[in-house]
Ligand binder design. Structure first.
Ligand SMILES: *Cc1c(COP(=O)(O)O)cnc(C)c1O
Length: 382
């Protein structure tokens, strides 16, 4: 079945009619335990933290969407990340993208630093910086691409190739692209992480995380951590994520098409200073995005000529269709202010160094009609 096209996999991969009733939709197995025929004689399911059939269907589906062999679901994207970081020992070092999801940065700097894990945040397009940071203690490369919220592109194949012969794991947070646009395992990564809360579930009604990998031993370690820590999703959230995934290709395609038009509109606006969108041919690493992604994604960031929080607030408070909220990847369009919302925990100096200024506004483009979205932005920018 692995030769199915992506559009078929989202609907069928890993999902079989329920063996006991034939139900076409995977049932929500709302149970904490399973009756055994005799001591230790069971049907592969012993306890709800360890296994749940709704979760198994989701995990198998996710694995195939990322062209991987093993999928693991977690209670959130950050819980999935926690499992990856727990592969490390005190003294180990991480090299990570410098423009990172705020919660991922917080986990490395405020939690794992206390356990002796050192994280370096670099610009991967600066090859010398990468070389200088790499050392014998480096055990994990953490890549986000496109990054949040500056939408920088990291060449996944390039970075993975540079450490392929070393005892270093590479993990790509593929949340912003979704597996419809980008498949990091195919480009040499060891682990793919998703906040399924975003595009995968796609309807802003679930918090869920996932990991996908190919290596059997690595999967075993991660599955051990998943069970030993217990940050697993409930069956209802697995069901909702499975349901959301069935339209992933339709949603991400439309949202990305909308984003292309909106980015072009913003670029022409007299009120707008910079527009960050990997689809622009003059955007840094546009060629890499073109090579490793199927489309340029549905996230667009921009700054205002009047670079102040006040000016940004005026725009943020005036949109009627774009809702002011954290998060992304739902069917509805969202507008946000990273400096005071998602990136509040990143020091101002580090924030400004990557161009995340006070007026930077981030858009998560949804699947509404693009004319309504552009009209809403036009009015709000006046
Ligand atoms: C939201 C997000 C996360 C964290 O996921 P949760 O499901 O909220 O825990 C991690 N990485 C990126 C890029 C995100 O957007």
């Amino acid at each position: 079945m692995s030769d199915m096209k992506f559009e078929t996999k989202v609907i069928h991969a890993g999902i079989d009619p329920d063996p006991s009733t034939g139900a076409i939709m995977t049932p929500i197995y709302q149970t904490s335990t399973y009756v055994q025929d005799g001591p230790g004689k069971h049907k592969g399911y012993e306890y709800g933290r360890t296994q749940n059939p709704t979760r198994t269907a989701l995990e198998n589906n996710l694995a195939q969407l990322e062209n991987g062999r093993h999928g693991l679901a977690f209670g959130s994207g950050l819980a999935a990340m926690d499992a990856v970081l727990k592969l490390l020992d005190p003294g180990d070092e991480i090299i990570s993208t410098n423009d990172l999801y705020g919660g991922s940065y917080r986990q490395m700097v405020q939690i794992y630093a206390r356990y002796g894990v050192v994280a370096h945040f670099i610009d991967f397009s600066d090859k010398q910086q990468f070389k200088d940071t790499l050392n014998e203690r480096t055990k994990l490369i953490w890549i986000e691409t496109p990054t949040n919220p500056m939408l920088q592109i990291v060449d996944i194949r390039d970075v993975c190739k540079a450490v392929a012969k070393k005892d270093i794991l590479t993990c790509v947070d593929n949340t912003f692209a979704s597996p419809y646009l980008q498949n990091p395992l195919d480009l040499g990564a060891d682990i793919v992480l998703h906040s399924a809360t975003k595009y995968l579930a796609g309807h802003s009604d679930v918090i869920l995380g996932a990991l996908v990998c190919n290596d059997e031993k690595l999967a075993e370690k991660l599955r051990f951590l998943q069970n030993a820590i217990g940050a697993v999703p409930g069956p209802q959230d697995c069901f909702l994520t499975l349901r959301g995934i069935k339209t992933l290709h339709l949603r991400v395609q439309r949202a990305s098409d909308n984003a292309t038009e909106i980015a072009a509109f913003l670029k022409k606006s007299r009120k707008v200073d910079k527009v960050y969108y990997p689809g622009f041919i003059d955007f840094p690493n546009h060629e890499v995005a073109k090579k490793q992604m199927r489309h340029y994604g549905a996230m667009v960031s921009f700054t205002l000529k009047n670079d102040s929080k006040r000016a940004a607030n005026r725009v943020l408070n005036r949109t009627k269709i774009f809702s002011l909220a954290e998060s992304l990847g739902g069917v509805e369009s969202l507008i946000g202010h990273p400096a005071s919302m998602t990136h509040g925990s990143i020091p101002k100096k580090e924030r400004l160094a990557i161009g995340l200024t006070d007026s930077l506004i981030r858009l998560s483009i949804g699947v509404e009609h693009v004319d309504d979205l552009i009209g809403d932005l036009r009015e709000s920018l006046k």
